[in-house]
Ligand binder design. Structure first.
Ligand SMILES: [Zn+2]
Length: 412
């Protein structure tokens, strides 16, 4: 009896640990119907219309910046196409096709993506387990995150010739179960010239075969491929869409959601990564820093430097990025463009006060210093030396009204 209880207790503890582990990634396990994808109402409607109006193009390029949800949208669209009980605004989520899609294991759904070939015969299929795991854990996958699953962080990823041949082979069969056979090719930017071997099959595919390419940079895609696809443009998410998503599906308070939405610049991948990091208010720390620089307080500046040095690289980068955004908002306020400012009430008040002691030239000079610091943090600069130097520069700018070179005076 006791033992049984102990086992039950252990299991429930384990479940709770798992739930809390995954609670930041609630979209998980991870359905990718339209309703699970943040924002993008117009794109979703346009995609659904192509199905209802019977004008599904056989080669489409989903083009959107990182964190816009373009890959998840392509999967939701594919699932909608294959769903056996389509609803007006989404797939049903319960039919046999939908259930297979939810595990990314439908026999007519294929993926291609960049990988690091250890052997020249490796194809995307070699890494399909990792792919499903990564994508089900985070539909807003970035190449960096994908790299971490492949355990090959500094190697060059690409879609090799073996994979191109594999694609041609896979798509030469008729669909097994669904009306459509669909290949989702993530990041066609990583197709080398070998990609040209796909042209024929993209141009004249088997009946009911669809190519959905999901890309971030139009400039880096082979022109020959670009010219053969129909463009589905996906914008970055808006500030409100990200804020809403963080509050609705990631248990964030309005204040925290607002700060992350603001920092993430329309990139949900970035926003979700920030959730994983230490949750602290960059605002308080940044304003503290500006105040002590403005007061020209040496010893306190040194204490701040110690604190900042211990933050860790990702936090330092976010902190500096927050500073750059905050200073930009101060400039907008000063220029009378308050309607463009997205700060929560308390931060807005501080920003307004800042504009009294910091003119536009000073703000620009500080912003430049922060950007340089961000660049150096990324390249592993010594954080103590770095933050001390930036503090001294900001002291100069705010107190002595000189640009860091010391040669130009900042006009009032
Ligand atoms: Zn269905």
């Amino acid at each position: 009896m006791c033992r049984l209880f102990a086992i039950k207790y252990k299991t429930s503890q384990l479940c709770q640990r798992l739930i809390s582990h995954f609670s930041n990634l609630i979209l998980i396990l991870h359905q990718m119907q339209f309703k699970h994808i943040a924002g993008q109402a117009a794109v979703k409607q346009r995609l659904i219309n192509t199905v209802n109006d019977n004008r599904v193009s056989h080669a489409q390029l989903f083009l959107g910046p990182e964190g816009s949800g373009s890959l998840a949208l392509a999967i939701a669209y594919a699932q909608y196409l294959c769903c056996e009980d389509k609803q007006p605004d989404d797939s049903c989520g319960v039919c046999s096709a939908c259930r297979k899609y939810q595990k990314l294991m439908h026999p007519d759904l294929h993926f291609s993506y960049p990988f690091f070939a250890k052997d020249k015969n490796d194809t995307a299929l070699t890494f399909i387990e990792q792919w499903r795991e990564a994508l089900l854990a985070n539909p807003y996958l970035s190449l960096d995150i994908w790299r971490s699953y492949l355990d090959a962080e500094n190697k060059q990823a690409n879609i090799n010739i073996a994979e191109c041949h594999q694609i041609i082979k896979k798509l030469s069969f008729k669909p097994f179960e669904s009306v459509y056979k669909i290949l989702i090719l993530w990041l066609p930017e990583y197709l080398d010239k070998e990609g040209n071997s796909l042209l024929k099959i993209i141009e004249e595919p088997q009946p009911n075969t669809l190519f959905l390419l999901v890309a971030q940079n139009q400039d880096q895609i082979l022109n020959t491929i670009l010219s053969r696809t129909q463009l589905v443009k996906i914008p970055a998410l808006t500030y409100d869409e990200i804020k809403e998503e963080l509050m609705q599906n990631h248990h964030q308070t309005e204040f925290a959601a607002a700060e992350i939405a603001y920092l993430s610049n329309g990139n949900l991948t970035e926003a979700l990564a920030m959730l994983q990091q230490e949750n602290k208010s960059y605002h308080t720390l940044f304003v503290q820093w500006l105040r002590l620089c403005f007061g020209n307080k040496g010893p306190e500046a040194v204490a701040f430097v110690e604190q900042a040095a211990k933050m860790g690289r990702e936090n330092q980068k976010n902190f500096l990025r927050y500073g750059i955004s905050f200073i930009r908002e101060c400039c907008l306020l000063r220029a009378g463009a308050g309607s463009l400012v997205h700060l929560p009430a308390q931060e807005l008040e501080t920003a307004q006060k800042m504009t009294n002691v910091m003119n536009t030239a000073m703000a620009q000079a500080i912003s430049t210093e922060l950007e340089k610091a961000h660049y150096h943090v990324e390249r592993n600069a010594n954080p103590k030396i770095l933050f001390l130097d930036v503090s001294l520069q900001i002291i100069k700018i705010l107190n002595f009204k000189t640009l860091p070179q010391g040669t130009h005076y900042i006009p009032d």
